[in-house]
Design a protein around this ligand. Structure first.
Ligand code: FAD
Length: 341
C-alpha cells in the first residue's frame, strides 16, 4: 500500500524527526511504499494568497473558493500544490505528524491543508439535492483512504483524559479529524499521541517508539473512528441535524457526530446522568423560573451540616464550579452541566 507522511517540525534532530524515522522504517519493513512531505525542509508556503492562483486576472477580486475551484479544474494551481495533490491521490493512507502547538497543529501544516485541499478536490464535491448534500463527511475524493494523526504533546495523558483540564484529546483533535479529514472523505483512525514529550528520556523514547511501531503495523487493520456519514441516513437533509433516535441522539456537539457504538473504543455514556450527590454542608442554589428568574432571585438550600472531626480546622468550601461526582467531564458533558452551587 502507499503511505504519505506529512511532517511538520522545524528541527531534523527533534523527537518528532526521530518518531518520523520510526514510522517510515516500520512501514517500509511491512512492505508499504512511503513518501514524506517534510514541510519545513521543503520551505512550504503556508499562507493562501494571490500568488496561489496564477491564472486569476490581475484586476479580479480574489475570492478564494472560486479561484481554488477554477484553478483546480484547469490544473492551473502552483507546482508545489499540484505536487502535494498528486501525492494525496497516490496514497492509500495519509499520516499527519506534528507537535501540538497551542492545542492545534503548527501553522505550516494548517497552511498545507488550506492550500492543498482545493475546491473540487477536498470540498465542493458531489451533488447537492434534497437527497444528498455533496460528497463529504465520509464521502468524496478521498473515500476509501485512511488518515491518522501522530502527535507529540507537552502535557500529560491525564491532562487530556476525560476529566482532564485540557479536555480529552479526541475532542481537541476533532476539528482536524472530523472537519478536515473525515469531511474530505478519509476514514480517520484513532490518533497516536506521545504525552510529556518535552521530558522524554532515551528509555521513554524506546517505549513510545515501540507503541508507534505497533500502530504502524496495524495501519490498514485498525478500525476507524465511527463518525456518522452525512448521507447515510443519520442526518436529515437539508438541516443536517442528526435524526431523532440516531444512536447518541440527545448528546450535543462533538458527541453527536459519533455513532453511539464506536468501533474504535468504548462508547461514551449516553444515558441519564447519575443522581447528583450532595456533600453534607454544601449549599445548593436552585435555578429560579418565571418572575423569580427575571428578578435574579433563587432559592438556596443547605444540606445537613458536615460533621467536623474534633480538633480539626473547619474545612474550606469545595471550589465553586467543581463538577459533581460522576458527571461527564468531556467538552460535551461539560456543556450539559449547569453550575448551580
Ligand atoms: P524535542 O524538543 O525535540 O524533544 C523532546 C525531548 O525528547 C527532549 O528532551 C529530548 O532529549 C527527548 N528525546 C528522547 N529521545 C529522543 C530521540 N531519540 N530524539 C530526539 N529527542 C529525544 N504542549 C501541549 O501539550 N499543549 C499545547 O497546546 C502546547 N502548545 C505549544 C505551543 C508551542 C508554540 C510550543 C513551542 C510548544 C507547545 N507545547 C504544547 C509543547 C509541545 O507539544 C512539545 O514541545 C512538543 O510536542 C515536543 O516535541 P519535539 O519534537 O519538539 O520535542
Amino acid at each position: 500500500m502507499n503511505v504519505l507522511l506529512v511532517f511538520a517540525h522545524p528541527d531534523g534532530r527533534s523527537l518528532n524527526a526521530a518518531l518520523r524515522d520510526v514510522t517510515v522504517e516500520t512501514l517500509k519493513a511491512e512492505g508499504h511504499a512511503v513518501r514524506v512531505s517534510d514541510l519545513y525542509a521543503q520551505g512550504w508556503k503556508s499562507e493562501v494568497d494571490r500568488a496561489d492562483f496564477p491564472s486569476l486576472p490581475l484586476d479580479a477580486r480574489l475570492k478564494v473558493p472560486s479561484a481554488s475551484h477554477d484553478g483546480y479544474a484547469a490544473g492551473a494551481l502552483t507546482a508545489d500544490v499540484l505536487a502535494e495533490q498528486e501525492k494525496l491521490l497516490w496514497a492509500d493512507a495519509v499520516i499527519l505528524q506534528f507537535p501540538l502547538w497551542w492545542f492545534h497543529m503548527p501553522a505550516i501544516l494548517k497552511g498545507w491543508v488550506d492550500r492543498v485541499f482545493a475546491y473540487g478536490l477536498a470540498y465542493g464535491v458531489g451533488e447537492h439535492s434534497d437527497r444528498r448534500w455533496g460528497d463529504r463527511y465520509g464521502e468524496g475524493t478521498f473515500r476509501g483512504k485512511r488518515a491518522m494523526l501522530v502527535v507529540t504533546a507537552g502535557g500529560w495523558a491525564e491532562h487530556y483524559s476525560a476529566r482532564g483540564v485540557n479536555v480529552p484529546i479526541e475532542d481537541l483533535l476533532f476539528p482536524t479529524h472530523h472537519g478536515m479529514l473525515f469531511y474530505a472523505g478519509f476514514e480517520v483512525l484513532p490518533p497516536f499521541v506521545a504525552y510529556q514529550a518535552d521530558r522524554l528520556t532515551e528509555e521513554g523514547f524506546e517505549k513510545v517508539a515501540g507503541q508507534l511501531r505497533t500502530r504502524m503495523r496495524s495501519l490498514f487493520a485498525t478500525p476507524p473512528i465511527a463518525y456518522r456519514r452525512q448521507n447515510g441516513g443519520d442526518y436529515a437533509i437539508p438541516k443536517l441535524r442528526a435524526a431523532a433516535g440516531a444512536g447518541a441522539a440527545g448528546r450535543p456537539g462533538l458527541c453527536a457526530a459519533r455513532r453511539a457504538r464506536s468501533r474504535a473504543g468504548p462508547p461514551r455514556r449516553t444515558g441519564p446522568r447519575p443522581a447528583r450527590r450532595l456533600r453534607p454542608g454544601r449549599r445548593l442554589r436552585l435555578r429560579a423560573s418565571g418572575p423569580a428568574r427575571r428578578s435574579g432571585r433563587a432559592r438556596r438550600l443547605r444540606t445537613a451540616p458536615r460533621p467536623r472531626a474534633p480538633g480539626r480546622p473547619r474545612c474550606a468550601r469545595p471550589a465553586a464550579g467543581r463538577r459533581p461526582a460522576g458527571s461527564p467531564a468531556s467538552r460535551c458533558g461539560g456543556r450539559r452541566w449547569r453550575r448551580r452551587s
